[in-house]
Design a protein around this ligand. Structure first.
Ligand code: HPA
Length: 276
């Protein structure tokens, strides 16, 4: 498949895209970015083709347990998808723009829809570990932006963010969840830089400011994907109560464990979304 002009606009993904194109001309319709503890959702795709991120020139290294550092092409419900099992975060020391490398790469490979999943702490009263929350909107609480710096395109300099998570798509997914009897909440996600968890006072402040859940990812990917004109959907797995809301201390192992627990519901929902 020829490398198109949009790829040249995002020069740092060009070599990785070229490397993949030398092995396959599969064009993913969908990209699914897998959050902490959710990596195994890619395990049962048909016709898998796996690239380890260290094979891909320029791909930032993922250093977090629960993020395998792989790009997996596959078929799901008969559609070409690509799973990003190698999410990277700013707290690993990457510059904001580097975090969006996988998004720019899957866009260059042809994906125009992206489904972002993550593990998040529940802030809204009534949220419990194991619940799923469709991201309706977000707050960039990290106050930095992966789109800063020279605008290499193809997106606009000042992308609109009035509906980053496609409202029509959100209502379709709510209908699907209802049919599948999968409980699904809807809410606003707050992005923090991490890596420390929040203090109880921070959680109270975020709640007052309109957040329902908090996590250390997703927002930079959304900003980049929207700027590229992609359709975005976000689903958070609530893995714990926000700091100070429960009795336990927060621990990444617990976050991974709950991620595994709701995997089945999430997997059924993802399949239904792709089929739909
Ligand atoms: N805070 C921030 N990020 C998280 C949390 C949390 O409580 N849980 C999972 N990711």
């Amino acid at each position: 498949m020829p490398v198109n002009s949009e790829i040249a606009a995002s020069r740092d993904v060009w070599a990785a895209c070229q490397f993949i194109r030398e092995q396959t001309d599969r064009v993913p319709e969908w990209a699914l970015v897998l959050g902490s503890g959710l990596g195994s959702l890619a395990d049962d795709v048909d016709e898998p083709l796996v690239f380890s991120s260290d094979q891909l020139p320029g791909y930032p290294a993922s250093t977090v347990p629960g993020h395998q550092g792989r790009l997996v092409f596959g078929k799901m419900e008969g559609r070409e998808v690509v799973f990003v099992q190698g999410r990277v975060h700013q707290y690993e020391g990457h510059q904001p723009r580097r975090i969006t490398f996988p998004i720019r790469l899957v866009h260059a490979l042809g994906a125009r829809r992206v489904l972002l999943t993550n593990a998040a702490g529940g802030i809204r009263y009534g949220f419990r570990p194991g619940m799923l929350m469709l991201i309706e909107d977000h707050i960039n609480g990290a106050f930095c932006n992966p789109l800063s710096g020279p605008n290499e395109g193809p997106g606009p300099r000042f992308p609109d963010m009035s509906a980053p998570y496609d409202p029509e798509w959100i209502s379709r997914v709510e209908d699907l969840a209802l049919k599948l009897e999968i409980p699904l909440r809807k809410g606003t996600y707050w992005w923090t830089l991490g890596p420390s968890y929040e203090t109880p006072a921070e959680i109270r402040a975020f709640r007052h400011l309109g957040a329902d859940a908090v996590g250390m990812s997703t927002v930079p990917e959304t900003l980049q994907a929207v700027a590229l004109g992609m359709q975005v959907l976000g689903i958070s797995t609530i893995t714990n109560l926000g700091s100070g809301m429960g009795h336990e201390m927060l621990d990444h192992d617990d976050v991974l464990k709950v991620g595994q627990h709701v995997r089945n519901d999430l997997q059924r929902l993802l399949r239904a979304i792709v089929r739909d």
